[in-house]
Design a protein around this ligand. Structure first.
Ligand code: ADP
Ligand code: ZN
Length: 642
């Protein structure tokens, strides 16, 4: 039984700047990034080209300088369309082109001339009026100068604009840092202030968590209101929950709702092998945040530095971790709350955190962010399909029902995969087939195109059919959603079972059923071939994990009793050798019993097993309905008719 894991958040693990910020007031601050000379030269050339084009546009027609005599001739001939004068300088256009008096084969329509001071301008004027010429007069140094000024300023303006653009791009590309990353602080600070801000509208399905944070939003919007009454708000909020459940999103939304700057960093990014760097980065970060307060500082994966001292060691040296942690605590103690910097931490392992972090005045409020339930998943799907054209038959409710255990990140990924598939298929709307295929790809893994020898295919079919049949026949087990003998990833075949409703706690019977189901592949191979292959490795890991948990953590063995022998954070067990021996024996007993059950049920239902195998060999993948139909087992919860 290959149970599908949660796909990882793709946004994580990209660049490693000390922190990121959004929503900073004013222009993106910070730093003088390196100049890319290539780009600079290209920019210069482009600017020059644009300038050249513009000026040639203005000078498109050559202006002929003519004598005053020639000018009066044209006026008398009634060939002048318009004139404009600036002092004694006159420019204008002819109605029809006249021959250039200086050279025979040229003509002109635009002309310029000077009026001699002794000329009779009154007469010229009445003549112009009489022949209906449009006359305009510019103040001396008017239009020409202005145009000239504009033209000469234009390249400078363009250059400045492009320069700023280049700088901004440079700044946002600096992130990677490379070798120069050590101890860099104020000098290289990637800032993306233009990023679209997130609000609570973008966070769905976790309303109760949102409600715990609205108070903070309110405070950030108007800190004075709270200060007047002497009310103290939590300085730190810890968001605890599995990866991909929207902790980062939520923190950004709080900042976005309150419209305050948001600084985010991953705790692991603070830590270098050199002692003291982390602490100085923390100091810098808080300094920046205080400058623009009220603001939010978000520290992801806080368990990377906030682990209880003396526990399993995390990243970097112990000293470095401790110093970084101490600096965070000092910063949090240091501000009285009046500054309005609120720290939001995120972790998926709150139980390993140093209690010092959770003391009053630090992260004194913990908010659990859990996996979304069916309604939550529907709401999240709605958010992520906002910009996606869906064809009419798509039911997000149905989709949410078939995706229990998926996080917000998984669902966002699902929508994206479905849209990609639809685009690849040349559709203009995303249909339910695309969603079904995307779900299969995410839950089961992408298919691998290898040719399996027939013998291997049949054996895989029996293995998967064994898992599936046990899932179908045991009451209370999760229904079988899909069986496939198409190789994916490292697995040769997959059987997917997911609960109908979301489960929060498991009883012993259910867990035993899970073990029986997981042993089903191996049991089927032994029933049919009387031998065991390596294909059951993952199954056995799962079996061991569940059985050990039942005995050592959940008090489901009478011999151990209701004791925690194994902790859930991978620390060495705290128990006497005798207890550990009992733990092993009890684990073995449970697994042996379950294996016997698996072999017995499969032996008794060999016909059903063979029927599923036949269907699998024909279709390779069976969905829920066809799998139950092939086995001739009524789908649980359905009334058995006929
Ligand atoms: P975490 O910080 O808990 O690991 P993220 O906040 O990074 O999770 O979530 C990753 C992405 O998953 C988000 O950017 C968002 O697209 C999606 N997502 C997660 N939870 C939700 C949710 N409750 N509503 C909407 N989208 C969500
Ligand atoms: Zn298996």
């Amino acid at each position: 039984m290959e149970r599908a894991g949660s796909p990882q958040d793709p946004e994580k693990s990209t660049s490693k700047p000390p922190w990121r910020a959004e929503g900073l007031p004013g222009t993106p601050g910070g730093g003088r990034p390196k100049i890319n000379w290539w780009r600079f030269v290209v920019t210069l050339l482009v600017v020059y080209g644009v300038f050249f084009l513009i000026s040639s546009f203005f000078d498109s027609e050559p202006v002929e300088t003519i004598s005053y005599t020639e000018f009066t001739k044209q006026v008398t001939a009634g060939n002048v369309a318009d004139v404009s004068s600036q002092g004694t300088a006159v420019e204008g256009d002819l109605k029809t082109a006249a021959k250039d008096p200086d050279s025979d084969n040229k003509s002109y329509t635009k002309f310029a001339t000077e009026i001699p001071v002794f000329a009779n301008t009154d007469q010229l004027y009445s003549q112009l009026i009489a022949s209906g010429v449009k006359i305009t007069a510019d103040p001396v140094g008017g239009r020409g100068l202005f145009l000239n000024l504009l033209l000469s300023l234009l390249p400078v303006l363009l250059l400045a604009g492009l320069w700023i653009w280049v700088m901004r791009r440079g700044a946002s590309m600096m992130g990677g840092g490379g070798l120069g990353g050590l101890g860099k602080s104020k000098s290289a600070k990637p800032v993306e202030s233009s990023k679209v801000r997130v609000t609570f509208d973008d966070v769905a399905g976790i309303d109760e968590v949102e409600n715990e944070l609205v108070e903070i939003v309110d405070y950030l919007k108007d800190p004075a209101k709270y200060r007047r009454l002497g009310a103290k708000l939590p300085k730190g909020v810890l968001l605890a929950g599995p990866p991909g459940t929207g902790k980062t999103l939520l923190a950004r939304a709080v900042a976005g709702e309150a419209n305050v700057p948001f600084f985010s960093a991953s705790a692991s990014e603070f830590i270098e092998m050199i002692v003291g760097v982390g602490a100085s980065r923390v100091r810098d970060l808080f300094e920046e945040a205080r400058k623009v307060a009220p603001s939010i500082v978000f520290i992801d994966e806080i368990d990377a530095i906030g682990r209880a001292r003396g526990g399993a060691s995390g990243l970097g040296g112990h000293d470095e971790r401790e110093q970084t942690l101490n600096q965070i605590l000092t910063e949090m103690d240091g501000f009285s709350g009046a500054e309005g910097v609120i720290v939001i931490g995120a972790t998926n392992r709150p139980e390993v955190l140093d209690p010092a972090l959770l003391r009053p005045g630090r992260f004194d409020r913990t908010v659990q962010v859990g996996l979304p339930d069916a309604a939550g998943r529907t709401a999240i799907l709605k958010v992520h399909t906002r910009g996606v054209p869906l064809s009419g038959e798509v039911s997000l409710e149905q989709l949410a029902k078939t995706s229990p255990g998926m996080t917000g990140a998984d669902l966002a990924n699902l929508v994206n995969e479905a849209a990609l598939l639809a685009a690849k298929r040349g559709k203009d709307k995303v249909g339910s087939v695309d969603f079904a295929d995307a779900l299969e790809k995410l839950q089961l893994g992408a298919a691998r195109s290898i040719v399996m020898p027939e013998e291997e295919r049949v054996r895989t079919a029996y293995h998967e059919a064994g898992h599936a049949l046990l899932g179908m026949l045991q009451t209370g087990a999760d229904p079988v959603r899909k069986i496939s003998i198409i190789p994916r990833g490292r697995a040769l075949g997959v059987t997917l079972s997911t609960p109908d409703t979301d489960r929060y706690a498991y009883d012993e019977k259910y867990l035993r059923g899970r073990i029986v189901g997981a042993l089903g592949g191996m049991a089927a191979e032994s029933v049919v071939y009387d031998l065991i292959t390596t294909g059951a490795e993952n199954d056995l890991e799962q079996v061991t994990m569940i059985a050990r948990g039942m005995v050592g953590r959940w008090g489901m063995s009478e011999k151990i009793g209701p004791l925690t022998v194994l902790s859930n954070d991978g620390q060495p067990p705290q128990a006497s050798p005798a207890t550990l021996a009992t733990l092993d024996a009890e684990t073995r007993r449970i697994v042996d019993e379950c294996y016997e059950i698996a072999v017995r049920i499969l032996g008794e239902n060999r016909d059903k097993l063979d029927a599923i195998v036949a269907a699998l060999l024909e279709h390779e993948t069976l969905d829920e309905a066809s799998a139950y139909a092939a086995a001739g087992v009524p789908r649980k919860g359905e009334l058995v008719e006929s």
